[in-house]
Design a protein around this ligand. Sequence first.
Ligand code: HEM
Length: 355
Amino acid sequence: MSRLTYGKYLKLKELLACQVLESAKAGRPAHDELLFIVTHQTYELWFKQVLHELGAARQIMGAEFVNERDVGRALHALERVIKIQGVLVDQIDVLETMTPLDFLDFRNLLTPSSGFQSAQFRQLENTLGLKRTQRLRYHEADYETSLDAADRRAVGAAAQAPSLFDVVEAWLARMPFVQFREFDFWREYRANVTRMLDEDRATITAQLPDAARGAQLEELDRTRATFESVFDPGKYEALRAAGERRLSYPAFLAALMIMLYRDEPLFRLPFGLLNSLIEIDEQLGNFRYRHLQMVRRMIGSRVGTGGSSGEQYLQGAVNKNYIYKELAGIITFQTERSRLPELPAQPRKALRFSA
Ligand code: HEM
């Protein structure tokens, strides 16, 4: 049996034969097409790794019983995803060394293919939990219409399985600390935040010039209305039915509590997990935004090779396609540490949500 070598292990012969230039096939090789292909292939390899990590985190958090050590393992996978996403964003700098004119040397040969057809990118969005109803549509059609049959099946399977959002939501909703008998956390917290909002109102009224005051007070009223829904399951469910909230009420309350008491040793891991989901969403947004900037520099406002309104579609996706916005939005309901009700011994005990 021949000894394993570096090249055999990594299948370099096959891998390095995968860069086939359309411009060369057309008889006029374009220097920058190799960079274009290598960059895209590198993205797809990293997408594969990201899917591997997200799949592991989803499996861990989807178990019937998740102990703290398991949360740590899921967190580790998500932190790795964040590091990879950093590379994915930075890598755009390399592709941007290609000038628009260099790109024009081979761009038309690529029609109608497009990054829009990246099945792994859709799997990644679906595994994280981007719902069909949350997505910006492409020419009034679902993204599947631009995939071939095999890709459609793979992406469809990922869309059917419970997403990371679903399993984390169920895990949050199971946490036993939302109501304590001896400690009415929510009553105290509500009083404190209401006081904080009253103080904000007084500051706006006393310090802002007339022109700015009205808009600020309106914004404050909106914040107060949203805040009231936190204490009223009926109002919360009405917002949820209207599509303004996605997390179930118990899951939302648990997430709020974790965010508020992130300093408690028992909440550090759950907080780390929620925070990493927010960061993954932000990094996905960063990728979308950097990609959009690159597209602007490369093709201006021309139609993309995939046929969308290019820039306009991508700008829409930057604005809309977030998954964990609600978790990030919990910051609105945070009070200073000094206003947080102290956790007495009994609820501290109840916070032991694992064996
Ligand atoms: C010169 C470089 C690039 C240009 C001009 C470009 C252009 C575009 C355009 C115009 C779209 C919108 C769909 C369409 O009409 O085709 C798009 C979508 C997309 N591109 Fe690129 N792209 C470039 C590089 C990349 C790279 C390196 C990746 C890495 C995988 C990528 C991934 C994607 C993805 C995933 C979408 C779908 C985004 C979504 O639906 O939210 N693109 N691209």
